[in-house]
Ligand binder design. Structure first.
Ligand SMILES: Cc1ncc(COP(=O)(O)O)c(C=O)c1O
Length: 402
C-alpha cells in the first residue's frame, strides 16, 4: 500500500528533526506566513497568535510600515559595521535615551537579550567590583555570562562551572537582598516581571527597594526589560510605575519588531565603555534599526501602551472565574494564567489544535503575549475558545474537585 503523502507540517517536522540543533524540542507545526495577529502553518491552517514570537512581534506579522521601512533601508545599504555612523541607529538611540529621561545615557546595540545582558555584566566590571546579585527564578539568557546570572538550576547545572562571584536571592525578598549586598557588589539585576519563570509579579515597592539597597552599597541597579519592555506591560520598560531610575536597562525581543536587536542602556550614573572595550559586528544594523524606529512610531501613534493595560483588564475579567483558573497575573499584554493543576502543556496543546497559539511557561502557567496591535475582537475570540476548552478539560479531568 502506498504511504500517504506527508503534509507540509509533517515533512517539515521530520526535516527539523534531521537538521536543527537538538537544543529545541521538535515543534508540531511550521509557521510559513502571517498577518497582524494571525499566523498560517505549512498546511494552510490559521492560528490566532497569542505569543508573538515570545513577546517579540509587537506589531504582529507583516506590518506594512515595517515592510516599507525594511524595503527602503535594504535598498540603500544593509550593513555598515560600527566603523561608521548611521542615521537610523543614532535616531533610535536618541529616542531610547529620551524614554529613559537621561540625556547623558548611552546605548549599546547588539542582537539579542543575552548579548544585552552580557554587555551589562561587562559594564559592571568597570566599577572595579566583581560580584553580581541576581534573583532566583530569573532568566537572563543562555550565553555563559547571561546563564551565570540566570537563577534556574536546570538550565545551569549541565554547564557548570559558570562565572564566579554571582549570588542569588529570592525574587521579592528585600531582606535577603539587604543581607547579600556588600561593598563588593558591582550590580544587582532584576526583571520587573519574571516572564520565563511563569509571569511572576513582585509586590509593589519591590523595585524601589532593590534600587535603594543597590545604591546604599554603591552597586549598579540594572533592570532586564528584555521581555517586559517596549510597551508590553503598558510602559516603555516595565519599571516606570515604581518611579525608579535604574543605572542599566537591557532590551531585546520587541525592540526590533521581529528583527533581531538588543540594547544595553547605560545611564549617566553608570560607567561607560571606552573605545575597544566592547562591540558587535551586527549591533545597530541599519535595517533592524529602521524597523525598531517604526515599532516606536506605531506604539506611540496608536497608543498601544494604554491599550495593553485596558486589554489586560478585559481579558482578566473574562477568564478569572473559569474553572481551574487560580489567578491571572502580569502586566499589560504579558499575562500569566495560573492553573490550579499542572496542566498547562495539555491546555496549550488543545488551544493550538483549536487555532490559538500560547505557551506553557511552567507546568501550571499559560503565558500570553499577543502582539500589541491585537484587537478587542481577537481578545473576545481567544476568551471564547479558551473558556470552551478549559470547561471541557475540567469536566473530563480525573481526580477530586478542588
Ligand atoms: C528577561 C529576559 N532576559 C533575557 C532573555 C534572553 O533573550 P535572548 O533569547 O534574545 O537572548 C530573555 C528571553 O526570554 C528574557 O525573557
Amino acid at each position: 500500500m502506498a504511504r500517504a503523502r506527508k503534509t507540509g507540517n509533517e515533512s517539515l517536522r521530520s526535516d527539523f528533526l534531521a537538521s536543527i540543533a537538538t537544543s529545541y524540542s521538535t515543534p508540531e507545526i511550521a509557521i510559513v506566513s502571517g498577518k497582524g495577529a494571525y499566523l498560517k502553518d505549512a498546511d494552510g491552517k490559521t492560528y490566532l497568535d497569542f505569543l508573538s514570537g515570545i513577546a517579540t512581534n509587537a506589531l504582529g506579522a507583516a506590518h506594512p510600515k515595517i515592510i516599507a521601512a525594511v524595503r527602503e533601508q535594504i535598498g540603500k545599504v544593509s550593513h555598515i559595521s560600527n566603523l561608521y555612523a548611521h542615521p537610523e541607529n543614532i535616531r533610535l538611540a536618541s529616542r531610547l535615551r529620551e524614554m529613559v529621561g537621561d540625556s547623558e545615557s548611552r546605548v549599546f546595540f547588539c542582537n539579542s537579550g543575552a548579548e544585552a545582558n552580557e554587555a551589562a555584566i561587562k559594564l559592571s566590571r568597570l566599577t572595579g567590583r566583581k560580584e553580581i546579585i541576581a534573583m532566583r527564578g530569573a532568566f537572563h539568557g543562555r550565553t555563559l555570562g547571561a546563564l551565570s546570572i540566570t537563577g534556574q538550576q536546570s538550565k545551569r547545572t549541565p554547564f557548570l562551572p559558570l562565572m564566579s562571584g554571582i549570588r542569588f536571592v529570592d525574587f521579592d525578598d528585600l531582606k535577603g537582598l539587604r543581607r547579600a549586598v556588600s561593598r563588593r557588589t558591582a550590580m544587582v539585576i532584576v526583571e520587573p516581571i519574571q516572564g520565563e519563570n511563569g509571569v511572576v509579579v513582585p509586590e509593589p515597592g519591590f523595585l524601589q527597594g532593590v534600587a535603594e539597597i543597590s545604591r546604599s552599597c554603591g552597586a549598579l541597579f540594572a533592570v532586564d526589560a528584555v521581555q517586559t519592555g517596549m510597551g508590553r506591560t503598558g510602559s516603555w520598560f516595565g519599571y516606570e510605575d515604581e518611579g525608579v531610575r535604574p543605572e542599566i536597562i537591557t532590551l531585546a525581543k520587541a525592540l526590533g519588531g521581529g528583527l533581531p536587536m538588543g540594547a544595553m542602556i547605560a545611564t549617566s550614573t553608570a560607567p561607560q565603555f571606552s573605545p575597544g572595550q566592547h562591540g558587535s559586528t551586527f549591533g545597530g544594523n541599519p535595517i533592524v534599526a529602521a524597523a525598531a524606529n517604526v515599532v516606536i512610531d506605531v506604539i506611540e501613534k496608536d497608543q498601544l501602551m494604554e491599550r495593553a493595560i485596558a486589554l489586560h483588564e478585559m481579558l482578566k475579567e473574562a477568564v478569572i472565574e473559569l474553572p481551574m483558573i487560580a489567578d491571572v497575573r502580569g502586566g499589560g499584554l504579558l499575562i500569566g494564567i495560573v492553573l490550579s493543576e499542572p496542566r498547562a502543556k495539555e491546555l496549550a496543546a488543545k488551544l493550538q489544535e483549536n487555532g490559538i497559539l500560547v505557551n506553557a511557561a511552567t507546568d501550571s502557567v499559560i503565558r500570553l503575549a499577543p502582539p500589541l496591535i491585537v484587537s478587542k475582537k481577537e481578545i473576545t475570540r481567544f476568551v471564547e475558545v479558551f473558556s470552551r476548552i478549559v470547561q471541557a478539560l475540567f469536566k473530563n479531568r480525573s481526580g477530586v474537585r478542588p
